[in-house]
Design a protein around this ligand. Structure first.
Ligand SMILES: [Zn+2]
Ligand SMILES: [Zn+2]
Length: 123
């Protein structure tokens, strides 16, 4: 091991600099980030776990997924990816709030996208 030239001239403060109070504890905490939005879906409140098993149990229960292609997705991106793979899960045509007698609308109840509207055809 090579010392820096200056280190011999400095007083050795190693022991006091590295003093760890007995009440302090060092632990490893695990968190997971979405492949697509990183930590955005947490809105600043990142959950941390003491084991990866605990992490996956909690995050999979919250709707996160581990995809076959290696991606890890938050709830939102899981829903979007599911719609890409399975197609949208459209609601039934329902009366439109703007004109319930003449217009109908529907949207994907999984990802919230694919909004569509039409003029009623049944009169
Ligand atoms: Zn995401
Ligand atoms: Zn969808």
């Amino acid at each position: 091991m090579t010392k820096l030239p200056n280190s011999r001239s400095r007083p050795n403060r190693g022991a006091s600099d590295e003093f760890v109070h007995p009440n302090l504890e060092q632990r490893t905490l695990w968190s997971v980030r979405c492949t697509h939005c990183d930590l955005s879906s947490y809105h600043g409140n990142i959950p941390r776990f003491t084991s990866t098993k605990q992490l996956w149990t909690a995050m999979l229960a919250r709707g996160w997924t581990r995809r076959d292609d290696g991606r890890v997705l938050c709830l939102l991106h899981t829903r979007v990816a599911d719609c890409q793979e399975l197609g949208h899960a459209m609601t039934d045509w329902t009366p439109h709030v703007v004109d319930p007698t003449a217009l109908q609308w529907r949207y994907c109840q999984r990802c919230g996208a694919n909004f569509a509207q039409r003029v009623r055809s049944d009169g």
